[in-house]
Design a protein around this ligand. Structure first.
Ligand code: MG
Length: 154
């Protein structure tokens, strides 16, 4: 058994989609990013790569590479899973920090999306959301979003 953890943060700007775990969330702002900015999947990818001590997402997918411009992060996730066929995920626990919009109505859909992408049961995928209580500058003023993921693999 090995543990992995990942963290990511993105700036939120107007006229960009907000995509979390492969699910588009209705929001006036979305992530500014080289890819589609799916902060949750980026943290998940870092947790997977980290569990095998193989570096980080930037080494697998350099953001200077035009190939990854606006890419669907679920494709990045599938690429990483294909490169690590020996990994069997036991469970995932994650936290998204976002002042607004409220994510509670979307949590189940995000869990289902991740469990489908990872070929897991939804009971193996935990997604939690919390606000920054209007603190922490950008995170507390709806100008940023962060996510952290911890997982156990076999
Ligand atoms: Mg990212």
């Amino acid at each position: 058994m090995r543990i992995g953890q990942g963290y990511d943060i993105h700036k939120l700007v107007e006229n960009r989609p907000l995509i979390l775990g492969g699910v588009e969330i209705p929001s006036p702002k979305g992530c500014l990013a080289h890819s589609d900015g799916d902060v949750l999947i980026h943290a998940l990818i870092d947790a997977l790569i980290g569990s095998m001590a193989l570096g980080d997402i930037g080494q697998f997918f350099p953001d200077t590479d035009q190939k990854y411009k606006d890419i669907d992060s679920t494709i990045l996730l599938k690429t990483v899973l294909d490169k690590l066929p020996e990994i069997k995920i036991i469970n995932i626990d994650s936290t998204i920090v976002l002042q607004s919009p409220k994510l509670a109505p979307h949590i189940q859909k995000i869990r289902e999306s991740l469990s489908t992408l990872l070929n897991l049961d939804v009971s193996q995928v935990s997604v939690k959301a919390k606000t920054a209580e209007h603190m922490l500058l950008e995170l507390g003023s709806s100008d940023a979003i962060a996510a952290s993921v911890t997982l156990l693999i076999q």
